[in-house]
Design a protein around this ligand. Sequence first.
Ligand code: GTP
Ligand code: MG
Length: 453
Amino acid sequence: MTDLFLNDDTITALATPAGVGAISVIRVSGPASFDSVDSIFKGGIKISDALSHTIHYGKININNEVIDDVLVSVYHNPNSYTGEDSVEISTHGSPLIVEKIISLLIRHNVRLAEPGEFTKRAFLNGKIDLAQAEAVIDVINSRTEASLRGARNQLDGLLSQKVDSLRDMLINTSSLIELELDFAEEDVEFMSLQQIIKNINVIIDEIDILLSTYSFGKIIRDGVNVALVGKPNVGKSSLLNYLVKESRAIVSEIPGTTRDVIKEEISVDGILFRISDTAGIRLTEDAIEKEGVIRSRDSVKNADIVIFINDVLTGFGNDLYEELLGLSKKERILTVVNKIDIQNNISFEADVKISALTGQGIDKLFFKMKEMVVGSKSYSEKTAVVSNTRHFYALEKSKEFLINAKQSINDKMSGEFISVDLRNAESSLGEIIGKVTSDDILNNIFMKFCIGK
Ligand SMILES: Nc1nc2c(ncn2[C@@H]2O[C@H](COP(=O)(O)OP(=O)(O)OP(=O)(O)O)[C@@H](O)[C@H]2O)c(=O)[nH]1
Ligand SMILES: [Mg+2]
């Protein structure tokens, strides 16, 4: 993508949340920004004469009626978010005022922005690359410290730099072949081929490291779904209440209390756990309870972790495992025995022993839940982490081309073949940061943004 891209139209949108607030900010970006604002703004200065990064007080008028007094911030290209001439109008936070000002702007060579169009322009103008543009939305959507930190790192270009350095290595490796193809009568030299294989292996190792961060990155970004399941009355709802520190679900000594799935979120060391308390599972003739049991099974299907609870009184039966829950992947299940305040020495095995009444063992439960999603791996704040599915597949694709290239070398194919694979591997990496991209991909990415970003 070049940095010569210039839009000839000017866009506007409300950048702050819709509704009543202290202030609202209307963004305008594009070549007509200053002139358009000048046609509706009366202040001590014309916006088109104002210096970049200055703020001006004035009034927005229609037919001598004042709509609002506002502050206008001025940004000259290329030193703005979009890279274009831009203006931000801060108004009193009233939806009515915002609507009036935007409809005035639209009468002066400005059109409404599409979702994500400001950020799309920032990308097209080379202010940020595509991985950074995608990080913008992750920063906005972050719900925990860790997800914010991850998104922030990506926005700061941590992943982009890593991908760029791998592309450089690939370009250097390709040129080893291409030079020889240009200058030598015969095909590529044996020595160069050895060097090329070595380089390819280094790049594959680096890609593998990035790929291995994906499950962690995704969890940090999207959170973890946890289902609390088990027989009736074992204390699932009591555990949920203990975890969220409030009396969220009804608890009673009557088996079959919970009917619907109750969802709550907690953050443990920066990881977002979405907990579903479910109906106790048993064979029942009660129509409502039956439906509850069906919903419990659905929660299990969508869960990243299933906390399978029993209590000291009922003991541990595996009968629920396969028959009722259809659980097969054992690695997703954490077995918990509850009510150890009643009786502590129990003869059956469980990953964690707790009391939802006293809180005993809950720390260990948190530890196990974290261990299940993060494993023993640790990532420093400076590790490039892949959290986006699009990036993950681009890395996988690149790796495949590299493996093909190695195969071509081993099969003594001609240099051109190897070269094509290396170029493809390079352009797959380029997709991540948007060096190579299609309109479809762009539209798909920016569609997910809100209007005004
Ligand atoms: N002593 C003791 N009692 C507990 C503990 N946890 C839950 N209980 C009691 O066990 C009974 C059932 O608790 P619930 O949390 O409603 O159990 P549940 O698994 O949600 O039950 P259903 O919704 O019917 O499937 C209640 O009387 C709770 O007070 C615990 O750790 N110790
Ligand atoms: Mg319950």
